[in-house]
Design a protein around this ligand. Sequence first.
Ligand SMILES: C[S@@+](CC[C@H](N)C(=O)[O-])C[C@H]1O[C@@H](n2cnc3c(N)ncnc32)[C@H](O)[C@@H]1O
Length: 235
Amino acid sequence: MKGQEWYQATDVAQEYDDKRFSRGGRLIDRREKEAVLDAIGPVEGKDVLEIACGTGRFTVMLAERGANVVGLDISAEMLSEARAKARARGVGDAVEFLRGDAGRLPFEDDEFDAVVAMRFFHLADTPAAYLEEIRRVSGDQVMFDTFKRYSARSVYNWALPMGSRLYSRSEVGSLIEGAGLELVEDSHDFLLPYGFYRKIPNVLASPLRSLDTTLGGAPGGDAAASVSYWHASVE
Ligand SMILES: C[S@@+](CC[C@H](N)C(=O)[O-])C[C@H]1O[C@@H](n2cnc3c(N)ncnc32)[C@H](O)[C@@H]1O
């Protein structure tokens, strides 16, 4: 699994949100949260597991909307950030954070209504095994994202500290089917890759995002997008 060591470091965990989701990155954070809610919302009263929850961006959002959420991650440092965030947002008592490996989930079959895994599969060396484990504990919905193989992301992927696994649409389709899941909906976004939004001056972020969504909505836009969001249900 790529990045297991990387995310154990205190400075990496402490800087995680700021580096990715400040400035233009806020637009990415917003879009990702929208994708999760579009797939599994409304979540009030639902039992939701977020694997690789990191600093709890989605865990906290889901708890704020009334879900019973468990956030699981392998990094104690990322979990420490997540716990602090949950406390600061007033949902510390409503969320359970657990340290564990997504490959061996300490839960019963079908224990959750929905399982979410954001920014996880690009790190996975055995995605089929992880997706099967996710399906085992989900009684209904599964939501995750992937980075696209043939996209602007592939141009600079090699330069990232740990690289990342890129997926074609058909590959993810086969993974979903192989895990005993049924695809409900897929959406594709960000012709301009995430890294770009983090670098540009704040003032340019919104206009460029508008251009990005306009081009993405045009014919061929899906194929050129760098990120895919997948919503599947248990067969
Ligand atoms: C890129 S971060 C994403 C965090 C969060 N999902 C988000 O989108 O902000 C990847 C996370 O995966 C976690 N991780 C990596 N391998 C894992 C594993 N085998 N089991 C559980 N968590 C894992 C890391 O500790 C890190 O917090």
